[in-house]
Design a protein around this ligand. Structure first.
Ligand code: ADP
Ligand code: MG
Length: 442
């Protein structure tokens, strides 16, 4: 019995017509099959799973286009809690133009000019085989951007292989990337293909490239130059045709200046260099993203989109978002899951929930708060002050040791760093003060 090619499935250019055709093929396969062998049943099941994924993707795409269109008439809509404010029309036009050109967004959502500029670069880079380097803080969408580049290129039907260079132990890295011959080292019990070979004719995504040890960097450079690899324990070169997209949350140029990253590799990788803005640099998008993830969470949790109290909304709009879109998405999912009809500050995770205003005012110790414009401004100022006082006291107590303070308040260290940055507090000032205090005492 002839089954259609399952590799033709999962195509990124989706349409209802294409989908119907596939359903029809599946249907007639079943109708005309005299009997089905186990292998064929498995194939059919895989195909129907792929079909289900496509239906989901298509509905996602529909929702995306709808949301984009909704935004254009937000300004006419009656004032609503959870709908984003109107954005400059040029941003809509740029995104609409991308949609019209059939750009595949893979779920990337947003209207910020910096993000749109990054998408426009991705659109131009995608059909070429040029290496792309994506940088930006954690959670800004680097991995999503890599998928966008793959999906919009000529290799979209070919493999997309993702490797996290920071998660593989140094001694296994080479074998992971390039494969090995049986017996190349203890534990190499059979020949094994590496990620580069698996990604042949497709795209390899090298995440956290800044963590790649120097020895691995040399090998990678050779692949970029010669387009061939050697499995560990073998001298036989194997030609690979792999498009490279790399990402990092570190500043590779700085790492190169410090001798921790090869400069020649940096230039090889960054022929096209895209930087994704941190969420706090695109605050204009927060309302849009809240509404986008709110709808997404509602449909996943099979509930109505959660409403937000003005206090919570204020908080979400002004919070520093050190974990960027990943953190925002998680918070919105959490609110959607824990709150009933309406979410409030109490539904926020403990480590980011602001101190209640009354306590905050007490914390300020009678310090003047200026004359804020509104009650919510007053509350925010008080909560900011309380946060600052808390951090300063904590650093004083721990002698300026951020790690220790993070441990004591059971807070993520990078989040704490972010808060310190937000308030312009330098931990080293506390180290110094502490020392001079002690010096005075002795
Ligand atoms: N612009 C965006 N629109 C929608 N979702 C996004 C966007 N950017 C990031 N995300 C989501 O945020 C999370 C983190 O994105 P990811 O690409 O893994 O970030 P990074 O690799 O930079 O740490 C993922 O769930 C991703 O789908
Ligand atoms: Mg990532």
């Amino acid at each position: 019995m002839k089954l259609f090619d399952p590799h033709g499935f999962g195509s990124s250019t989706l349409s209802y017509a294409g989908l119907l055709e596939k359903i029809e093929i599946l249907r007639s396969t079943l109708r005309w099959a005299p009997r089905l062998e186990r292998a064929e049943i498995e194939k059919l099941l895989n195909q129907s799973n792929a079909l289900r994924d496509e239906v989901m993707q298509l509905s996602r795409k529909e929702r995306f286009i709808e949301a984009a269109a909704d935004l254009s008439d937000v300004s006419d809509a009656p004032e609503s809690l959870d709908k984003p404010e109107a954005l400059p029309p040029s941003a809509h036009r740029r995104r609409e133009a991308l949609i019209e050109r059939s750009f595949i967004f893979e779920g990337i959502f947003g209207d910020n000019p910096k993000l749109l500029a990054a998408l426009e670069v991705a659109e131009k880079a995608a059909p070429t085989d040029l290496p792309v380097l994506i940088d930006g803080e954690s959670g800004t969408g680097k991995e999503l951007m890599a998928k966008v580049i793959h999906a919009n290129g000529a290799r979209s039907e070919r493999p997309y292989i993702s490797v996290n260079c920071g998660a593989i132990p140094d001694n296994l890295l080479e074998s992971e990337l390039f494969g090995h011959r049986k017996g190349a080292f203890t534990g190499a019990s059979s020949d094994r293909k590496g990620k580069f070979e698996s990604a042949h004719t497709g795209t390899i995504f090298l995440d956290e490239i800044g963590e790649l040890p120097l020895q691995g960097q040399v090998k990678l450079l050779r692949v970029l130059e010669a387009h061939e690899i050697q499995r560990v324990g073998s001298d036989e070169p194997i030609a690979v045709d792999t498009r490279i997209v790399a990402a990092t949350n570190r500043n590779l140029r700085e790492l190169a200046a410090q001798g921790q990253f090869r400069e020649d590799l940096f230039y090889r990788l960054s022929v096209i260099h895209v930087t994704l803005p941190a969420l706090r640099e695109r605050r204009d998008e927060i309302p849009l993203l809240i509404s986008w993830f709110g709808d997404e969470a509602a449909s996943q949790l099979k509930r109505r989109p959660v409403k937000l109290t003005p206090k919570l909304r204020d908080f979400l709009l002004t919070y520093a978002w050190p974990g960027n879109i990943r953190e925002l998405r998680n918070v919105v999912y959490r609110l959607s899951c824990l709150a009933g009809d309406t979410a409030d500050l109490e539904h926020l995770p403990d480590d980011i929930r602001p101190v209640p205003a009354v306590a905050a005012l007490r914390e300020v110790d009678g310090q003047a708060l200026g004359s804020p414009l509104s009650l919510s401004d007053a509350k925010r100022a008080a909560s900011d002050e309380a946060e600052r006082a808390f951090l300063e006291r904590g650093l004083h107590e721990t002698g300026g040791t951020v790690a220790e303070l993070a441990r004591r308040c059971e807070m993520n260290r990078s989040h704490l760093q972010m808060l310190l940055k937000k308030h312009g507090i330098r931990s080293k000032d506390f180290r110094h003060a502490d020392k001079t205090d002690r010096e005075k005492e002795s």
